[in-house]
Design a protein around this ligand. Structure first.
Ligand SMILES: Cc1ncc(COP(=O)(O)O)c(C=O)c1O
Length: 383
């Protein structure tokens, strides 16, 4: 009755966790949600009446211009005709999946990588080959080997404050990955939703800004630094890919909702943008520091982690690896939600003993209480 791809839809576990986080009183380390008190009040007055009509599939021209200008500012040489506004960057993942993936298509991801990207790639039938992430990113030599061994033509990377690991690729790794992609003719799909949530001084130049030959898609989002509820993100692609992506967008939802696009335009062109981002960074870096201290108190003996220089997550490696999925039911019953690390690894490169913990949502008091409960469960299971 259904398409054969439906059998490849995975992870009801994540839906269970996310619905549990809606319960009152739940301490959530699970999602990547902005803190509720950091969400701005929408300025509806900035929306023209014409937004009530159908609009262009590529997006509002004024927003595309503003995005292209912003992207040139971060090093991506582009013009507005290379910008496609999408309904959240999750839709960018869907469109790129549709463009490149047939059942059995080999592709490369980081290991670990963003769960919902893995789900989309695998839904379309990709065989995802993981390249392990180190403290400075993926090893370009290993990337070359895996691309040659598997004949992969597409690589998906999140070099800046990676989800789930928080890793930020070094400048050397960014250049080495760009060189490898150019030499191999590997299409690079770079996902960059966290770049504005920067707390320490690190290189954030997109890898796509360093490419000279190969095709590429760079994408980012208004979800993490503005409002996830508007569902507005964007992708910028090399000119050879654009016509296909626009047609796929058209076939998917005609265009992204115009009210959200105008709110995003107001945000991106606001004279107060720099000040707002400075405030956001300082609020989130204080939360990151509080979480770091709380983790030290509760998990110092049991786990190791690096303090993330940006983004929204800590990535804990347990010294005694256990399958952290086994902890979940009891944790949810005790009112604490977290993301088990196993689900972020492609099936070709499974690993155990990691947990992803968000730090933007819980208050310092909840962090302390929630981590005390979590550490007890880990101790009980590890024996
Ligand atoms: C790496 C990555 N890509 C894409 C998304 C999707 O973001 P959105 O669709 O809200 O723009 C997320 C959300 O958490 C993410 O972490």
């Amino acid at each position: 009755m259904f398409s054969e791809r439906i059998d490849r839809l995975t992870s009801s576990l994540v839906r269970d966790i996310l619905s549990a986080t809606q319960q009152p009183g739940m301490i959530s380390f699970a999602g990547g949600l902005p803190a509720p008190d950091e969400l701005p009040v929408p300025d509806w007055s900035s929306i023209p009446a014409s937004a009530a009509q159908y609009g262009p599939s590529e997006g509002e021209p004024a927003l595309r211009e503003a995005i292209a200008e912003h992207a040139r500012g971060v090093g991506i040489e582009c013009v507005a005709s290379q910008v496609l506004v999408v309904s959240g960057s999750q839709q960018g993942i869907d469109l790129v999946s549709k463009l490149f993936i047939d059942p059995g298509t080999p592709m490369i991801t980081e290991a670990p990588t963003y769960l919902a990207a893995l789900q989309s790639f695998e839904l379309f039938g990709a065989v995802c080959h993981g390249v392990p992430l180190g403290p400075e990113g993926i090893d370009a030599g290993r990337l070359r080997e895996v691309a040659r061994e598997t004949d992969a033509r597409l690589a998906y990377v999140i070099p800046t404050f990676q989800n789930p690991s928080g890793t930020c690729y070094s400048a050397e790794t960014r250049s080495a990955v760009a060189r490898a992609a150019d030499e191999l003719g590997l299409t690079l799909f770079e996902d960059d939703p966290y770049r504005e949530l920067v707390y320490d001084d690190v290189d954030r130049t997109p890898i796509c800004a360093r490419l000279t030959k190969t095709s590429w898609v760079y994408q980012s989002s208004f979800s993490k630094s503005f409002m996830p509820g508007i569902r507005v993100g964007y992708l910028i692609a090399s000119p050879d890919l654009m016509p296909h992506l626009v047609r796929l967008k058209q076939a998917t939802d005609l265009h992204t909702n115009r009210f959200g696009q105008w709110l995003a335009h107001g945000h991106l062109t606001s004279p107060g943008l720099a000040e707002r981002l400075t405030h956001l960074r300082s609020a989130y870096s204080a939360k990151r520091d509080a979480m770091d201290v709380a983790l030290g108190e509760h998990f110092g003996e049991l786990a190791e982690w690096s303090t993330p220089p940006g983004g929204l997550f800590f990535w804990l490696r347990l010294r005694t690896p256990i399958d952290t999925r086994a902890l979940l039911p009891a944790m949810l019953e005790r009112g604490v939600a977290f993301m088990p690390g196993e689900v972020f690894f492609p099936t070709t490169a499974p690993e155990s003993g990691y947990m992803r913990l968000n730090f933007s949502h819980a208050s310092p008091e909840q962090m302390d209480r929630g981590l005390a409960i979590l550490v007890r469960a880990v101790q009980e299971t590890a024996g």
